[in-house]
Design a protein around this ligand. Structure first.
Ligand SMILES: CC(C)(COP(=O)(O)OP(=O)(O)OC[C@H]1O[C@@H](n2cnc3c(N)ncnc32)[C@H](O)[C@@H]1OP(=O)(O)O)[C@@H](O)C(=O)NCCC(=O)NCCS
Length: 173
């Protein structure tokens, strides 16, 4: 387990130079490595490579000019609903806006494609991730008791609904 506890003392650093690119077979190896460093039940390389052939799935990487994958995020879209599979950033590149940039791609994709909502699960204790999602308009909509293992912990369900946003735009006019 290597979840980042909320720590207001983690200083923000200057942004690093990177581009957002689709994950490919080569980059999937670095994604698998980051998975292992972040999660007790990581996506394996084989699982990630399967995602490359999954027409419903999109995985994107923040690819640094130094050839390093700084972070990545995965999205699955089913019947107009978006499920964020995971998002993570290498420890040494955190607090530089990388996760925000990745998540923003999916939010803009959801808006452009008219998705009903984006949704995800997050460990109840993962304050850094919950704050990231809240910053991007996600709200807590539910809780799944003992959803996670190693260690056992509840999942918080967070959703950003675009239907409501659309109604809001109409209302504002
Ligand atoms: C959660 C995680 C993806 C954030 O990545 P990041 O690139 O550091 O996030 P960003 O720099 O884009 O931060 C965006 C916002 O998230 C919140 N945030 C991120 N890290 C935080 C931390 N350690 N403490 C408090 N808030 C944090 C803040 O609101 C931040 O906005 P701000 O910089 O204006 O304060 C990263 O900590 C990580 O990889 N954690 C391990 C994997 C994980 O838990 N993934 C989530 C699975 S659901």
């Amino acid at each position: 387990m290597n979840f980042v506890p909320y720590n207001a003392s983690i200083a923000k650093r200057e942004p690093v130079s990177y581009k957002l690119v689709p994950m490919n077979r080569e980059l999937a190896e670095q994604v698998a490595e980051i998975e292992r460093s972040c999660f007790s039940r990581p996506w394996t390389l084989a699982m990630l490579q399967e995602q490359l052939d999954n027409l419903l799935a999109s995985w994107i990487c923040a690819y640094g000019e130094n050839g390093v994958v700084l972070g990545y995020a995965g999205l699955t879209v089913v019947a107009g609903e978006g499920y964020i599979d995971n998002i993570a950033v290498r420890q040494e590149y955190r607090r530089q806006g990388v996760a925000s940039a990745l998540l923003d791609v999916f939010v803009r994709f959801a808006q452009a494609q008219g998705l009903e909502f984006l949704t995800l699960e997050v460990r109840a204790s993962n304050e850094a991730a919950k704050r990231l999602y809240m910053k991007h308009g996600f709200a807590q909509v539910g809780r799944r008791k003992d959803y996670y293992d190693s260690p056992k912990e509840d999942a918080i369900l967070m959703t950003r609904s675009f239907g409501a946003e659309a109604e809001q735009v109409v209302f504002d006019e």
